[in-house]
Write a protein that binds this ligand. Structure first.
Ligand code: C2E
Ligand code: MG
Ligand code: MG
Ligand code: MG
Length: 296
């Protein structure tokens, strides 16, 4: 009898916690849904850039654009809290077009200023991929800013491929033919990975963060090594996401992996900070180059 009531007590408590979490989640969702349009109009969505580094030269070779919502009361809200909601209610298209436009505008500015420029990769949601106008939208953006499509990488998450339809394959081929760089994001998390590698015109494989997190298992290391070799055979560039430690960097170097992105090198940052970093790098290396010239 005592046992039964204490069990009931335990369940009672956990139900209460569960209810509280659910209530908070609903409140958050309500906040997001009723404020998203105004936030976009008022410029509260900010695009941050995270550098990607060559593992050979340790120089920045490109950037990934990652969106954040800066609410005056709530502070920074991260994509994990709103992207899937926006995919369900359709707002993702408006938000993504805003992010892509912001990136294209920035690249145009770099070109006009005569600065060193690196390509920028944007995330393309699985919802966008099924939009029959996606190619026209992206084409009109690069025309608007008079850019070559090779400056824009399109990161398409692997889970988008699980729908496995002709429509999806057709859409990606269209983007590839327009000259965009096609990047398979979160590679290794779905079950269609290898099929999709055969059927899609992919340029870049982005290894999912979970790969780097499981490298203390010998099997995971073998799988990583296999994927990197396969990518080399297929002439794909490998980007290791979520690189956080020097041990991971060394492992990736030993495997001959091309590019790394992660907190070890740099976190996502405001575009201005990214530009400062690029500028500093250009100065450092041009100083190096001069020294080399003097010596030789
Ligand atoms: P993703 O495209 O795979 O982006 C990488 C995520 O890993 C980013 O999270 C980044 O901040 C995080 N990250 C980078 N380096 C490290 C590291 O060393 N350790 C760890 N633990 N994490 C690292 P973020 O910015 O929170 O974005 C989460 C996801 O939201 C993205 O995953 C992407 O799928 C989606 N997302 C972000 N921005 C956009 C956007 O503008 N449009 C769309 N459709 N999706 C977006
Ligand atoms: Mg991405
Ligand atoms: Mg992703
Ligand atoms: Mg990813």
């Amino acid at each position: 009898c005592i046992a039964a009531s204490s069990i009931k007590g335990i369940y009672g408590v956990s139900y209460k916690i569960y209810d509280e979490k659910m209530r908070q989640k609903t409140l958050d969702e309500q906040f997001i849904i009723s404020n998203m349009k105004r936030a976009l109009k008022n410029g509260q969505f900010k695009v941050h850039f995270q550098p990607k580094y060559s593992l050979k030269t340790e120089r920045i070779v490109s950037a990934e654009a990652l969106v954040r919502w800066e609410d005056p009361d709530r502070g920074l809200i991260f994509p994990g809290d709103f992207i899937s909601l926006f995919e369900r209610n359709g707002f993702i298209t408006d938000l993504d077009i805003y992010v892509w436009d912001t990136c294209c505008k920035r690249i145009r500015q770099w070109l006009d200023d005569g600065n060193k420029i690196v390509p920028v990769s944007v995330n393309v949601s699985r919802t966008d991929i099924y939009d029959p106008n996606l190619d026209k939208i992206l084409l009109s953006l690069i025309r608007k800013y008079d850019l070559s499509p090779e400056y824009l990488g399109l990161e398409i998450t692997e889970s988008a491929y699980t729908h496995d339809s002709d429509q999806l394959i057709g859409a990606i081929w269209k983007l590839k033919r327009l000259g965009f760089t096609i990047e398979m994001d979160d590679f290794g998390t779905g079950y269609s990975s290898l099929n999709m590698l055969a059927e899609l015109p992919i340029d870049v494989l982005k290894l999912d963060i979970r790969f780097m997190q499981s490298q203390h298992h010998k099997n995971s290391r073998n799988i990583l090594s296999f994927i990197v070799s396969l990518a080399k055979l297929m002439d794909l560039t490998i980007v290791a996401e979520g690189t956080e430690t020097i041990e991971q960097v060394e492992l990736l170097r030993n495997l001959n992996c091309d590019v790394a992105q992660g907190f070890y090198f740099a976190r996502p940052m405001e575009i201005k900070a990214f530009e400062d970093l690029l500028r500093k790098q250009a100065e450092t290396y041009s100083a190096d180059d001069e020294t080399v010239e003097e010596i030789t």
